[in-house]
Design a protein around this ligand. Structure first.
Ligand SMILES: [Zn+2]
Ligand SMILES: [Zn+2]
Length: 372
């Protein structure tokens, strides 16, 4: 084999490396990719539990664009729909309805992600920026080509090609099969959510904390996915680390406001109760607070809209009376969440922005954990 062919096949710009270095590079690149999906797509743009500095956000979006062809405008609505119908009819990806093989090939995901009704109904709040409009969403398939050219140039055709293959398969294996499949099949539960979500701690480091999935379904708006002291969420670790980096940058630049990642909402464990009487009081208090919060928001945001929409001559819009009735009827947060499903569907179909915002909020609001 001529030296030129050898360089083309195995050398690239950096020359041939020991085998372990390729493994290390692959592992680090996989972690950067899954971190970008977890922090940027999931915790920041979908659940709004953190805000990422625009420069870091574009780098993370670039990383997602290079390794997968899913657009942010598809990822977010599909995921909100998953929270809305978790493990029920209408869930875009649940092992109850789809095989792990079809999830690996992203068949159910693609079907929903390309459905215009889903995108329109659940994706109208997805934030956009210049890069999104002019590069990432405009040329969604260019990313994997850029990644291939970059890796082959740096490492040569064979190692670069294998690293490329590893990177583009990382999300289908760890997120599609791992989080969406195994995270709803096997593992332990901290919270008694009305779905089949599970925590799979032994392999959660591969998904940057996303496999603390039952914790996430119990409190979707929290930036922190670990709920017990012995659970480790690398994503939360990175957020803490970014706080230290931000403090250092503030010190050096004398800036007062610089923040690499701003945490908006974080998990607070429910208070422990000691006796059966405490248990009852504690549970009722948590539930009352939950219902009051929902009704207050309904009265301030939705009632004026329904007043406007009611048929002339009638006392109130049917959705209003029904909402009050459902809130009175439910005896637990989970029961309320379940009986509100039908109401949410009908409120969504009215096609009013404030009503839909309220429905999105209802889907995402944390259900208080049962007191233990
Ligand atoms: Zn899930
Ligand atoms: Zn989520």
């Amino acid at each position: 084999m001529s030296p030129l062919t050898e360089t083309l096949l195995y050398g690239g710009f950096v020359g041939a490396l020991p085998l372990w270095e390729y493994f290390l590079i692959g592992y680090v690149r996989g972690q950067v990719l899954v971190m970008s999906v977890s922090l940027y797509f999931h915790r920041a743009t979908t659940h709004r539990s953190i805000e990422i500095h625009p420069v870091l956000a574009v780098l993370m979006h670039f990383s997602c664009w290079c390794a997968q062809t899913s657009k942010k405008k598809q990822w977010e609505p599909t995921h909100i729909k998953h929270h809305r119908f978790t493990d029920d009819d209408g869930d875009p990806h649940s092992p109850k309805h789809h095989s792990l093989w079809s999830m690996l090939l992203a068949i159910p995901y693609r079907k929903v992600a390309k459905d215009p009704d889903t995108i329109q109904s659940y994706g109208r709040n997805t934030p956009e920026d210049w890069f999104e409009r002019n590069l990432f969403a405009k040329y969604p398939r260019l990313g994997i080509l850029v990644l291939a050219i970059g890796l082959v140039s740096v490492f040569g055709l064979v190692p670069g090609g294998l690293l490329w293959l590893f990177e583009v398969s990382y999300i289908p294996i760890t997120a599609m099969v791992g989080v969406n499949g195994i995270g709803h099949l096997w593992g332990y539960r901290n919270a008694d959510t009305d779905d089949n979500s599970r925590n799979v701690l032994p392999i959660d480091f591969l998904t940057f904390g996303e496999l603390l999935h039952n914790n996430h379904h119990a409190d979707p708006a929290s930036a922190k996915m670990s709920h017990k002291w012995w659970e480790f969420d690398p994503g939360w670790g990175f957020i803490v680390l970014s706080g230290w980096v931000s403090a250092l940058i503030r010190l050096v630049t004398r800036s007062k406001t610089f923040e690499l990642i701003r945490v908006i909402r974080v998990y607070r464990p429910p208070k422990l109760v000691r006796s059966a009487a405490d248990l009852e009081v504690g549970a009722i208090h948590a539930f009352e607070r939950y219902v009051l919060q929902i009704r207050h928001r309904f009265q301030t945001k939705v009632q004026p809209v329904l007043e406007h929409l009611k048929v002339q001559g009638t006392k109130e819009h049917p959705l209003q009376a029904e909402f009050d009735e459902l809130c009175k009827r439910a005896r637990s947060p989970l029961a309320l969440k379940t009986i509100l499903r039908d109401w949410i569907e009908r409120a969504r179909s009215i096609n009013n922005e404030k009503l839909r915002d309220f429905c999105d909020w209802l889907i995402m609001i944390r259900v208080p954990a049962p007191q233990t």
